[in-house]
Write a protein that binds this ligand. Structure first.
Ligand code: AMP
Ligand code: MG
Length: 649
C-alpha cells in the first residue's frame, strides 16, 4: 500500500489519512490471505462443556449400541418356533421360567422350547430366546404359565446389539458442531471427553476517555461503553471466548502496553474506537508496531464502517472497529465474524434473505458500499423494508433492525418503490402482529405493554408524524400516531387524514416551558411573563425545536419577532430539549409535561398537544388492532397514561 501525503493540522501534528481505501471484498481477501491456511489448535473437553464446539477429529464408535440384544416392550422372551401355529382357534401354552429379567439384570436361565421368561422393556434377551411377546397379547394360565393366541415372528420386539450404533462406525465427522443431539450420541457410546477445536481466546477492549462501564455513574460528557459488551457477546455467539478487558483511555503508552499484554495472552485482539483521524485516535498507529505483516486494511469503502482497521500481527488477527456502535456491530458481523468462525472451526453463518419493497428514497454516498439497517413490515403486496433513520451512532439502528439491504458503491440512491434483497439477522422473517409507524411517545409503550403480555408482537417505527401519515396512506402500518397542528383551522390531526384513514383519539400532552427549578427568571411566572423575563436577560439561552414540530409553532408565537440566543439550536425531540436545560446548555425551552417531570425540571403549562392515531380502516378488524383499541379504552391503560402525566382523550 502507498502512503498518501500527510497534511498538517493546526498543531503541526501529522494528521494521518487512511492509507488507502479498499473495497469491502478486497479488505476481506487481504485479511483472510494473511491468516489462512492455519492449523486450529484442538483441546479435550468434557462432554458437558463441549456444546457449540466443533469436533476436531472424527469420532469412531467404541462400542455397539445397544450393547446386547434387548427387549423393546414389557412381555415374555420366547422361542418364535414354539408359536408358529398359535391362533384364536389353537391357543398355545408356555411354562414360565423361574426368573424375571428386569432392566439391568443379566439373565441366568435359558429359554428352552415350551417356556417363556418375563422380561421388562430394555431387558437383555436370555439364551435361546429370539422374540418377545407383548404382555397385552398374552393371558395368564394359572400361576406358572401363559396362553398365547397369535403367532410370533423371529426378532419381534427385539433390538439387536449394534442396531443403533455399530462399533467401528464413524459416529461424527470432524467439523461437526456439537449440539444436544450430538451430545446424546456421544453419551450413548460412553464418551466423556471429546477433542474439539479450541475456541479462539479473543481479548476485547474499548478505547476512549469518555467511556464508562455499565453499572458505574455517568459523569458529564461521558457515555456508557456499548461496544465492549456487544463485541464480547458477538464473539461468544460465534465460537470465540471473549475476555473483556474494559475501556482504556486515549493514551498511547497505556494503550500500547494493554494491547501488547492482551495479544500475548490471546489468539486475537478486537478493540473499538480511535481508528479515525481524530485528535485522540492512536490505536491504529500502535497496531503497526505489534508484529508482521501489520495493517492489511485501514479504511474500507463501506458504510457504516469506513474507519475499520484490519491487521495481522505475527499470525494473530488484530481488529480495530469503528467507535460508533452500529458501525462497530455491523463491521464486526460482516467482516470479522467470517474470520472468527473459520478460526473456531465453525461453518460460515447462513444468512436468510428476503425481497422487500423500500417505501422511501434512500440517499447513499457514491463510492462506498452502503448497508442500510431495515425493519420489515407486511404491506398489501409483500414485505416492506423501512430504513432505520437513526444513523451509525445509534445502537438501535442495528439492534432493532430485522436485517439490512445493500446499496452498491456506484449508486447515489435507492429510489422509493425499489425492490431490494434484505439479509436477515434471524433465520426467519418475524412479521409483527401490530405495526405502528409515526411519531413515538412514551405513552405508547404503556399501552403496547398490554399487548406484549397477551403474546402479541408490536413493531413501532419512529419516523415522525408526517412520515407515519404517508405510511398509513400507503397501507403499510396499522396506525400512525400523529400530532399535527393545522394553523388554518387551529385544530390537531383531523384535517390531515385522507381516504381510508380514520382518527382514533389518543391522549393530550401538556406542553409548556421548562427551566431548572429555582431559576428566578421563570419561577412563579405564566408562559408569556416567563418568555418576557427570558428575553430581558441577554445572558439567557433558549433551546428551540425543529421546523414542522407542533411545539415550534407555540414557541414562535410566544417569541414574535425575537430571535434570542439559542434560537438556532433546534433539536428534534422533547427529550433533547429537557437534556439541554438539565445540562445547562440552555436555560429554557418547550417540552411536554411527562418529559419535564421525568427530568426533574420546573414546568409552566401552556397548551395541550393532541396525540392521536390515524387508523388504516382496512386493517381495523385485525386482532392486534382490536387489542390495541381495547388497551387504549381500558381502565388500566387510561390510569397508566394518567400516572405518566398524559391526559387520555
Ligand atoms: P472514535 O472512533 O474513537 O473517534 O469514536 C467515534 C464515536 O463513537 C465517538 O462518538 C465515541 O464516543 C463513540 N464510541 C467509541 N467507542 C465507543 C464505545 N465503546 N461505546 C459507545 N460509543 C463509543
Ligand atoms: Mg475515541
Amino acid at each position: 500500500m502507498t502512503n498518501t501525503p500527510l497534511p498538517k493540522n493546526r498543531d503541526g501534528v501529522d494528521q494521518e489519512q487512511f492509507l488507502a481505501i479498499l473495497s469491502r471484498e478486497e479488505a476481506l481477501e487481504r485479511f483472510e490471505a494473511a491468516l489462512f491456511p492455519r492449523t486450529a489448535p484442538g483441546e479435550q473437553r468434557a462432554l458437558a462443556d463441549a456444546l457449540g464446539c466443533a469436533l476436531a477429529d472424527d469420532v469412531v464408535a467404541p462400542i455397539d449400541v445397544p450393547p446386547f440384544d434387548r427387549s423393546n416392550v414389557d412381555g415374555f422372551a420366547v422361542r418364535s418356533a414354539d408359536l408358529h401355529s398359535a391362533s384364536e382357534a389353537a391357543p398355545m401354552r408356555l411354562m414360565l421360567n423361574d426368573e424375571v429379567i428386569a432392566c439391568g439384570t443379566a439373565p441366568l436361565r435359558p429359554v428352552l422350547s415350551g417356556t417363556a421368561t418375563p422380561i421388562a422393556t430394555g431387558g437383555p434377551l436370555p439364551r435361546g430366546a429370539d422374540a418377545i411377546l407383548m404382555i397385552e397379547h398374552t393371558q395368564p394360565a394359572g400361576s406358572r404359565a401363559i396362553e398365547i393366541r397369535r403367532a410370533a415372528s423371529p426378532g419381534q420386539f427385539v433390538s439387536y446389539a449394534g442396531s443403533d450404533i455399530a462399533r467401528g462406525e464413524a459416529l461424527l465427522r470432524a467439523g461437526t458442531i456439537i449440539g444436544s443431539r450430538e451430545i446424546g450420541m456421544l453419551a450413548a457410546c460412553g464418551i466423556a471427553q471429546v477433542f474439539v477445536t479450541r475456541r479462539p481466546r479473543v481479548a476485547v477492549f474499548s478505547t476512549g476517555d469518555e467511556l464508562v462501564q455499565p453499572g458505574e455513574q455517568l459523569a458529564p460528557a461521558a457515555i456508557y461503553d456499548t461496544n465492549g459488551a456487544i463485541v464480547a457477546a458477538a464473539i461468544n455467539e460465534n465460537g470465540g471466548e471473549a475476555v473483556f478487558l474494559g475501556a482504556i483511555p486515549d493514551d498511547e503508552e497505556k494503550l500500547e502496553a494493554a494491547m501488547r499484554k492482551a495479544l500475548g495472552e490471546s489468539d486475537m485482539l478486537v478493540l473499538s474506537g480511535g481508528t479515525s483521524k481524530g485528535a485522540g485516535d492512536v490505536s491504529h498507529r500502535i497496531v503497526g508496531r505489534l508484529g508482521q505483516p501489520g495493517i492489511v486494511a485501514h479504511g474500507v469503502a463501506l458504510k457504516p464502517g469506513k474507519p475499520l482497521c484490519l491487521a495481522v500481527c505475527d499470525g494473530k488477527p488484530v481488529v480495530i472497529l469503528p467507535g460508533f456502535p452500529t458501525s462497530a456491530m455491523f463491521t464486526f458481523h460482516d467482516m470479522i465474524v467470517p474470520v472468527l468462525r473459520r478460526m473456531a472451526g465453525l461453518p460460515p453463518r447462513s444468512d436468510a434473505k428476503v425481497t422487500a419493497k423500500v417505501p422511501v428514497r434512500i440517499a447513499s454516498e457514491l463510492g462506498r458500499t452502503e448497508f442500510v439497517m431495515v425493519s420489515l413490515v407486511e404491506g398489501s403486496d409483500g414485505l416492506i423494508a423501512y430504513p432505520s433513520g437513526k444513523g451509525s451512532g445509534a445502537i438501535t439502528s442495528f439492534a432493532r433492525a430485522d436485517g439490512f439491504l445493500r446499496i452498491d458503491a456506484l449508486a447515489d440512491q435507492m429510489p422509493a418503490g425499489s425492490r431490494a434483497d434484505v439479509t436477515l439477522f434471524t433465520p426467519h422473517v418475524r412479521v409483527p402482529d401490530l405495526v405502528i409507524v409515526g411519531s413515538h411517545c412514551t405513552g405508547l409503550d404503556l399501552l403496547t405493554a398490554q399487548l406484549s403480555r397477551a403474546g402479541l408482537s408490536v413493531r413501532s417505527i419512529a419516523v415522525g408524524s408526517l412520515g407515519g401519515l404517508a405510511a398509513a396512506k400507503r397501507g403499510e402500518c396499522d396506525f400512525a400516531p400523529i400530532h399535527l397542528f393545522d394553523e388554518k383551522s387551529e385544530t390537531y390531526n383531523a384535517p390531515f387524514l385522507g381516504e381510508g384513514l380514520e382518527l382514533v383519539p389518543g391522549w393530550r400532552r401538556m406542553q409548556g416551558i421548562v427551566f431548572r427549578k429555582g431559576d428566578k427568571r421563570f419561577e412563579g411566572f405564566g408562559a408569556q411573563e416567563a418568555v418576557r423575563s427570558a428575553l430581558a436577560d441577554p445572558a439567557c439561552i433558549m433551546v428551540n425545536r425543529n421546523q414542522g414540530a407542533g411545539t415550534r409553532i407555540l414557541i414562535d408565537r410566544l417569541l414574535g419577532e425575537a430571535r434570542p440566543d439559542g434560537y438556532w439550536n433546534q433539536p428534534r425531540s422533547h427529550n433533547a430539549v429537557a437534556a439541554a436545560v438539565v445540562q445547562h446548555r440552555a436555560d429554557w425551552g418547550m417540552t411536554i409535561a411527562p418529559v419535564a417531570h421525568a427530568a426533574g425540571l420546573g414546568f409552566i403549562p401552556l397548551a395541550e398537544e393532541h396525540y392521536d392515531f390515524a387508523l388504516v380502516t382496512a386493517r381495523k378488524q385485525r386482532p392486534a388492532v382490536q387489542a390495541f383499541l381495547a388497551a387504549l379504552a381500558s381502565e388500566d391503560g387510561r390510569a397508566a397514561l394518567q400516572r405518566a402525566g398524559f391526559r387520555p382523550a
